[in-house]
Design a protein around this ligand. Structure first.
Ligand code: FES
Length: 347
């Protein structure tokens, strides 16, 4: 790299008013004007303080980020126009970290523009253009390829191909719709409702409480699942509504997520791991532990479905159940907490 003499009027790539490669005359650059901070020590000091202020503000914001992370509870909500109701800590974390990064960036730019050496340089390079022979060869290869492909001859193919390529960006734009709306309701609710029968997930037969022995485990779904899938094509309802039923001696139940949510020792839990959503049914009858095969999270079904090992951060949601007049198991309502892995705004 060669430094251009201060005061030179040649643009980059030129010398003595001529292009370095072609020798063609080029328009001159305006004369170099020193910046205020280059000639005025007071202005330079002021710029230095401005840069330092931005970096110091960034430090304060990073401390505020840490405090917000520790102090603001997940349950605190704030209402923001257009966006809706969101967690206060998410807003604070986003604002503080975003502003801190912004100030580091603007501070660095301000520093470079006002205080770093203001010297114009040029890097001389060899000519980037190919030789005339190489260009002619490329043109010849291209023309031969075009002729051999028949692109010019087959108008129908050419036009339909161009039409397809022109429409190709449309799916990408349509996919933007998936960015909203906020998924609160869809992720929070399942199709379980009061008095919906529990049926086996293989034969869709109703399950009688008396048919489940102590130590038994059954995979179950709501009786209306197939009907909903057929009428609404809502295939993801199965993942959210799948449950496992286990039966244990009522005396071994240490706690439940609601009062008497079992039926004579039969407990219903979501089948979807609260870590990243693997389906689980590895049940240890003796300990009442439910083990996820994906990352070994372990839940204690005899004690509220609490996590006792592994990366899952939340207990396994329990479904309150009872029986109908004929002794078939029915739900007492939907889950009281979202099933599956954590998601934004789960709270
Ligand atoms: S998905 Fe169950 S432990 Fe990771």
């Amino acid at each position: 790299m060669n430094e251009i003499e201060l005061g030179s009027t040649d643009p980059v790539g030129a010398r003595d008013g001529k292009d370095l490669v072609s020798g063609v005359p080029v328009l001159p650059l305006p004369a170099h004007t020193p910046r205020r901070a280059d000639i005025d020590p007071v202005a330079a000091k002021r710029a230095e303080r401005q840069v330092a202020l931005m970096f110091a503000s960034s430090i304060a914001l990073l401390i505020a980020f840490t405090v917000a992370y520790i102090k603001v509870p997940n349950t605190s909500l704030v209402s923001i126009p257009v966006i809706g109701t969101v967690g206060t800590n998410h807003v604070l974390l986003g604002l503080t970290l975003g502003l801190a990064l912004f100030l580091i960036g603007t501070g660095a730019i301000h520093w470079a523009k006002k205080l770093m050496p203001d010297v114009e340089v040029t890097q001389e390079r060899h000519s980037l253009s190919s030789s005339a022979a190489e260009r002619a060869e490329v043109v010849e290869i291209f023309n031969r390829g075009a002729a051999e492909s028949g692109f010019g001859e087959h108008k129908l193919i050419r036009r339909t191909l161009l039409g397809a390529l022109a429409l190709l960006p449309i799916p990408l734009v349509v996919l933007l719709r998936d960015l909203g709306p906020m998924p609160n309701t869809r992720l929070r609710n399942t199709i379980w409702k009061k008095d919906v029968h529990l049926v086996t997930d293989a034969t869709y037969q109703k399950i009688k409480a008396s048919d489940i022995p102590i130590g038994g485990l059954i995979n179950a779904v709501p009786e209306n699942l197939l009907e909903i899938e057929e009428s609404e094509g809502n295939l993801n309802q199965r993942g959210k509504a799948s449950i496992i039923l286990v039966r244990m001696d009522p005396a071994e139940i240490l706690g439940q997520q609601g009062e008497n949510w079992d039926y004579e020792g039969i407990l219903a839990f979501s089948k979807i791991c609260t870590h990243v959503g693997c389906p689980i049914s590895l049940y240890q009858q003796r300990t009442h532990h439910l083990l996820c095969p994906c990352h070994q999270s372990t839940f204690d079904l005899a004690n509220k479905g609490n996590v006792i090992f592994g990366p899952a951060a939340r207990r396994m949601p329990q479904l309150a159940i009872t029986v109908d007049a004929e002794g078939y198991l029915v739900a007492r309502g939907d889950f009281k907490e979202p099933v599956g892995p954590s998601f934004w705004e789960r709270g």
